[in-house]
Design a protein around this ligand. Structure first.
Ligand SMILES: Cc1cc2nc3c(=O)[nH]c(=O)nc-3n(C[C@H](O)[C@H](O)[C@H](O)COP(=O)(O)OP(=O)(O)OC[C@H]3O[C@@H](n4cnc5c(N)ncnc54)[C@H](O)[C@@H]3O)c2cc1C
Length: 280
């Protein structure tokens, strides 16, 4: 049995189980599963295709804390956050107009904190490290390429490493929303593109004091703006989040409607950035 650690190569031992559980994907779901399994005394390996957890992951940028309360008590004392969201806006816009509901509270800037902006490479690495601290083995730069079955059961996974098969009675497919492992296992059928959106995001560097002035926040407080009507004829929404010294701005767009439109996502994002309520 391997010592709990960050491993360079996946451990293998013929046909007998190497671990009690294999978790595929060190995103938030995979790391959460690995933390719980390791804490309950199970041997667990967390396999990530990227060179480190979060290296391939992107999203808008706000982490909401309540689920973390049970997973990592007092997470706010150590999580790698950019700014605490103390101001939240819902903006409804047409081509030239905007109406905004603006809510702010200092309470969200104190424990237990409501939400925070974060970068996924920082956040995912931190959460995966919690799994390692709990006793999980983290193996990066390793892609799971398929399932190993025996007698109708899944008994392990194949990886892209030579002799890199891993065996365990339980495999957790935390390889993202398009989980090809869940599809291979027959647990996830054909997906309907109508239920999917595509996200685009730009992260713009600005000095910290400029962000403080433009968004009317101070210290480590920040803003989360959700935007309705930012996507023209394509159903979807927009967002703007403040990080410490960058601003994230992006769109989430219905895939079939985007395909039908003659527009590219970056054109719609450029239009949002040029909107009179956003440009300043
Ligand atoms: C544009 C956009 C904006 C978003 N904004 C927010 C937001 O502001 N706040 C929020 O809470 N959520 C947001 N989300 C949603 C959030 O990103 C997801 O809910 C979250 O990432 C899902 O976590 P996960 O662990 O299930 O999957 P993922 O984060 O996708 O992680 C899957 C992991 O598995 C790894 N992996 C995949 N295949 C393999 C394989 N074969 N072998 C090994 N490793 C593999 C990947 O490298 C990755 O690390 C946003 C999503 C998008 C697209």
């Amino acid at each position: 049995m391997w010592e709990p650690s960050v491993a360079d190569t996946p451990p293998t031992s013929g046909n007998s189980p190497d671990f009690d559980a294999i978790v595929v994907g060190a995103g938030p779901a995979g790391s959460a599963a690995a933390i719980e399994l390791a804490r309950s005394g199970r041997s667990v390996v967390l396999v990530e295709r990227g060179p480190f957890p979060g290296s391939k992951n992107m999203y808008g940028g706000v982490v909401y804390g309540r689920i973390l309360d049970t997973l990592v008590p007092r997470w706010w004392t150590e999580a790698p956050i950019q700014r605490w969201v103390t101001r939240r806006q819902t903006m409804m816009m047409t081509g030239e107009q905007a109406l905004t509901v603006d809510y702010r509270t200092e309470a969200w800037g104190r424990p237990p904190f409501n939400g925070a902006t974060a970068y996924r490479p920082d956040f995912d690495s931190w959460l995966a490290d919690k799994a390692v601290q709990a006793g999980a083995t983290l193996v990066c730069s390793t892609t799971v390429t398929g399932l190993i079955r025996s007698g109708g059961r899944v008994v392990g996974v194949r990886t892209d490493r030579p002799d890199g098969d891993l065996r365990a009675p339980v495999v957790v497919a935390a390889d993202g929303v398009n989980s090809f492992l869940a599809k291979e296992a027959g647990l996830y059928g054909e997906v309907d593109p109508a239920n999917y959106t595509v996200g685009v995001k730009e992260t713009i560097a600005l000095p910290r004091h400029v962000i403080d002035e433009r968004f009317a926040v101070r210290g480590d407080h920040g803003v989360d703006i959700e935007i309705i009507g930012a996507t023209g004829d394509v159903p979807g929404g927009g967002f703007i989040y403040t990080n410490t010294d960058t601003v994230s701005i992006g769109l989430v767009l219905s895939m079939p409607a985007l395909a039908r439109s003659d527009k590219r996502p970056e054109e719609l994002l450029a239009r949002l950035k040029a909107h009179p309520a956003v440009r300043p």
